[in-house]
Design a protein around this ligand. Structure first.
Ligand code: 3PG
Length: 407
């Protein structure tokens, strides 16, 4: 329990690392948050600390600024949303992240009040590979608080000052979000109910190599299924000898993908690939989208979604699954002509969850944003992870610095 681990909460300055890295739309007059899932997921831990009378200092990153302030990466819009989600709480914003101004802002906090610090990545020390530089920055951060709560699950795979080093400098504890996410990932990796179906999408197979290695190496067994869609599927289709036209293709991964297909066959893991795709003449919604067979993609077209027959086959492969993990959209869901595959897979997972009581997890920032954008509710799934890279690295079997340091 947080109170015992931190040596008390009332009147104490508690630094919380949250993951508030949300997608922003900059096309209007003011930046608009397009998916506030990570902010909402961060609220329960903050509430718990505030209710106990802690003086809560929140640190987080947004985007990937290069160690210096950049207006478009300011956490100011996140501050506004956080204040809305914490009615009745005094929610302050500090344009300074560390240093005298930040210390003064922290000193002005009263019990049960919250201060959000500006983007931690405006300082090069946060992400530095140099232990000394990162440590010196962590010292400044640690000077702001009496205890540390690690709750930014989406960033626990980063060996950064606010994730890793600061935990070595303060009494610390895992927040409820980190604890919940880890419990879910343990369930996906320790004795999962079978059949186990994993749906992988997204643009590049090279981003998923570690996960596929671990899935085929240990997590999936005979009777389990690996469903592949998204941009990465064209490297799979090419590996089986199909022409993929102008579709995304990672030629340097073809041998590796052939090896995956061989290993899967030997183990009795069914790899489900699309039999039809929605192909267009260009990467645009109005580029004459047409459904074509996956083994006859015209030379002048690129695949931007799985087709309707494939969506039906994917749904069938998910119907009796007992455990489902999904990472990565099936197509360019942001454009309506290419949203059908992602929508169908989401619906199939929702049906499986409700019907056979399967445990379903949606992982990854893009997939989480996709299901919300397409109108599904978080409660339709067993769990929607706030982690993108963090969930994937966990499923790769890697050690995550931000979790190791808490143990
Ligand atoms: C994410 O979006 O996956 C996390 O917030 C981590 O962000 P990063 O990949 O920029 O470290």
């Amino acid at each position: 329990d947080l109170e015992a681990q931190l040596g008390g909460l009332t009147g104490r300055r508690v630094l919380v690392r949250s993951d508030l890295n949300v997608p922003l739309d900059h096309s209007g007059a003011a930046p608009a948050i397009t998916d506030d899932g990570r902010i909402r997921a961060s609220v329960p831990t903050l509430r718990r600390l505030l209710d106990a009378g802690a003086r809560v200092v929140v640190t987080a990153h947004l985007g990937r600024p290069k160690g210096a302030p950049e207006a478009k990466y300011s956490l100011a819009p996140v501050h506004a949303r956080l204040a809305e989600l914490l009615p009745g709480v005094h929610v302050e914003f500090s344009p300074a992240t560390v240093g005298p101004e930040a210390r003064a802002a922290v000193a002005a906090l009263e019990d049960g009040q919250l201060l959000l610090l500006e983007n931690i990545r405006f300082h090069a020390g946060e992400t530095s590979k140099d232990d000394g530089e990162r440590g010196a920055f962590a010292d400044e951060l640690a000077a702001l608080a009496d205890g540390f709560v690690s709750d930014g699950f989406g960033a626990v795979h980063r060996k950064h000052a606010s994730v890793f080093d600061v935990a070595r400098r303060l009494p610390h504890a895992a927040g409820g979000l980190v604890a919940d996410e880890v419990a879910v990932l343990r369930r996906l990796t320790t004795d999962p109910a079978r059949p186990y179906a994993v749906v992988l999408g997204g643009s590049k197979v090279s981003d998923k190599l570690g996960v596929i290695d671990n899935l085929l190496g240990s997590l999936l067994t005979s009777g389990d299924r690996l469903l592949v869609g998204g941009g990465m599927v064209f490297t799979f289709l090419a590996a089986t000898g199909h022409e993929v036209g102008k579709s995304l293709l990672e030629a340097d991964q073809l041998d590796r993908v052939r090896e995956y297909l061989r290993v899967a066959q030997d183990k009795g893991v069914e790899v489900v690939l699309p039999t039809d795709v929605v192909a267009a003449t260009a990467f645009a919604a109005d580029a004459d989208p047409q459904v074509v067979p996956a083994d006859a993609i015209p030379a002048d077209r690129l695949g931007l979604d799985i087709g309707p027959d494939s969506a039906t086959a994917f749904a069938r492969a998910l119907a009796d699954a007992r455990t489902v993990f999904w990472n990565g959209p099936m197509g360019v869901f942001e454009m309506e002509p290419y949203a059908g595959g992602t929508r169908a897979v989401a619906q199939a997972i929702v049906d499986t969850t409700a019907g056979s009581g399967a445990f379903s997890v949606v992982g990854g920032g893009d997939s989480a944003a996709a299901v919300r954008t397409l109108g599904f509710a978080d409660s339709d799934f067993g769990h929607i992870s706030t982690g993108g890279g963090a969930s994937l690295e966990y499923l790769e079997g890697k050690h995550l610095p931000g979790l190791d340091v808490l143990d």
